[in-house]
Design a protein around this ligand. Sequence first.
Ligand SMILES: [Zn+2]
Length: 305
Amino acid sequence: MGALRLGIDLGGSKTEGVVLAADGFEIARRRVPTVKGSYAATLATVNSLVLEMEKLAGQRFGRFGIGIPGSISPRTGLVRNANSTWINNRPLGVDLERKTGRVVRISNDANCLALSEMHDGAAQGAHAVFAVILGTGVGGGLVLNGQIINGAHGLAGEWGHIPLAHEDLNAPPCFCGRRGCLEQYLSGPAIVRDYLASGGDGAENVEEISARAQAGEDLAKSVLARHLARLGQGLGTIVNVLDPEVLVLGGGVSNLPGLIKALPGAIAPHVFAAKGDMIEIKVRRAKWGDSSGVRGAARLWRLEE
Ligand SMILES: [Zn+2]
């Protein structure tokens, strides 16, 4: 095996490929739209992306890593918990290996984000890193001492489906079958839904609501303040369980102006620490932004393997 590695990130709206050199330099990168709703098209997209990346890199790869929403059940080998629901209950690893003729290693996209940022990003060198993706869904991934922690059932880090409001029967339903999951409050679509339900007028995305808040609209400001408070509560849970050295945020919602800076203050009230205790919660935006997932996917194979 040469020193180059190939990674693919299977996102809900785009599928990305990267060829990474040992030092993290991107030899090639390509992004194509994800065909929503079709499993066969997903396999075909990944296959053609692999071939294209090989052409760009000028070499054949016998293996690649891929980040996906959701995870592989260790018991069945099938994808579960993906909000790109058309890949759920499918033997994605086996099918990709058959389709591409390459050996495939799969991990959750937030795990890939955490791995990437630990190597050469916002959490470089940290022993305990928790990374969250705030996008169309909400995911979480955990890296300890350089290793992705999958957990006994492959569920470690599935932070987005911790309930924020488990006692509230009117809490919004989640695609996972439960109610009141963090994802239903913290994702981009959840912010838009909250804004519209609070009487907001015709905003289609978070950027629009953010622009209105910047322009001084009270409703937009209060919706974003509510989002910040909920995010602080959700991340406070993580701090109490793992106390990571760095919390890394990725995904479109993490680009909200001022969010990263405000978060330590929003987390602090939920942390089990005495008043006056010197608590410094480090929250950082993913250094590699949108491409951190795909860079982490390439790193699912260690160079020495
Ligand atoms: Zn859920």
